[in-house]
Write a protein that binds this ligand. Structure first.
Ligand SMILES: Cc1ncc(C[n+]2csc(CCOP(=O)(O)OP(=O)(O)O)c2C)c(N)n1
Ligand code: SF4
Ligand SMILES: [Mg+2]
Length: 317
């Protein structure tokens, strides 16, 4: 313990927070599930930021990945299917002082939650948005998701998925006021950590699509990708995600990409021949909705009542 520091109306002890302080209940995901790595990376980001656990909240929808709030030692809200983002935006607009982490799946975000995805990106509230994309509905045991590749056999398409998957990157890049788009795989811990850290430190909605292994229901998808690193293109730049030689070893194909170049970001996202990993687009100057919507949160209850009465008096006849 290092001493006393004022916090709201009470005094708290300042101390060093360890990974254990950010961990919640024991993670019940299947062995080999990529979600474990994402959880560890998020714990590390918070530990390295020394954010107080009670100043963070993890919000989710429904799905295997959406169980994340249970495994965080922060506040949490396990919401309804597809509704992680409106919950997160609501929390952020009333409590802009809290860190908000969103955990959502490819079904949760790109299917039932599509409308919220579009609007939340435009609102650009300061939060870290992790989309765990395993190309399948995992929790409900293998239905086709919007990102299931053609030919993937699922319970809803037993002879294989029949239309091309959604491209979440081009969709997100096309939304007005988009401010941060990154893509990463769950099986490269240093890149995963650095990407989540960059999203966390970015002011605005840090959209991170995490290509995630579901060995139980979509094992073939990730296995093919893991077995062929030349499918990926690692994006590098001074303004991008920091990478070291361990990351280089896993990604032999690399390109310089300035993340402020939206046109090039689109090209990279749309190019079906390579899967970009790293920071695809970033605009730190995009306005954040909560800067406007949180006006008045600092007012006392008495001041709020007076201002409400003034307003009503103005329209009284
Ligand atoms: C309104 C509603 N519709 C459908 C469901 C059933 N359901 C629960 S999770 C889920 C899909 C989860 O897939 P995804 O978001 O990709 O998460 P994963 O389990 O793969 O991590 C569905 C369809 C539900 N809980 N609520
Ligand atoms: S079903 Fe798939 S996504 Fe769900 S916990 Fe198991 S491995 Fe992970
Ligand atoms: Mg899924």
């Amino acid at each position: 313990m290092f001493g006393l520091k004022a916090d709201w109306s009470r005094e708290v002890f300042e101390r060093y927070f360890t990974i254990g302080d950010y961990a919640g209940g024991e993670a019940r995901w299947c062995p080999g599930c990529g979600d474990h790595g994402v959880l560890s990376a998020a714990h590390r980001v918070l530990r390295d930021a020394q954010q107080r656990p009670e100043m963070s909240v993890c919000v989710s929808g429904i799905g295997c990945s959406s169980r994340m709030p249970h495994y965080m030692g922060t506040y949490g809200f396990h919401g309804l299917h597809g509704r992680a983002l409106p919950l997160a935006c609501g929390i952020k607009s009333r409590r802009p002082d809290l860190d908000v982490w969103v955990a959502t799946g490819d079904g949760d975000c790109f299917s039932i939650g599509t409308a919220h995805w579009i609007h939340a990106i435009r609102y650009n509230m300061n939060m870290t948005m992790m989309v765990f994309d395993n190309s399948i509905y995992g929790l409900t045991k293998a239905q086709t998701s919007p990102t299931s590749p053609i030919g993937l056999r699922t319970n809803t398409h037993p002879f294989g998925a029949i239309i091309n998957p959604h491209n979440p990157l081009t969709v997100t890049l096309g939304i007005t006021n988009v401010s941060f788009v990154a893509q990463v795989v769950d099986w490269n811990p240093p890149l995963l950590y650095e990407t989540l850290r960059a999203a966390y430190n970015h002011r605005g909605t840090g959209f991170v699509r995490i290509i995630q292994r579901c060995p139980v229901y979509a094992g073939k998808v990730a296995k093919e990708l893991q077995g062929d690193p030349s499918r990926f293109l690692l994006l590098e730049h001074d303004k991008g995600i920091p990478v070291d030689k361990n990351v280089h070893r896993q990604f032999p194909e690399r390109a310089e990409h300035d993340p402020s170049d939206l046109g090039r970001a689109f090209q990279l996202a749309a190019d079906g021949s390579r899967i970009p990993v790293g920071l695809i687009y970033s605009n730190p100057d995009a306005p954040c909705y909560e800067d406007l919507s949180s006006r008045g949160t600092e007012m006392t209850p008495e001041a709020k009542l007076t201002s409400l009465n003034d307003l009503l008096d103005r329209i009284t006849i």
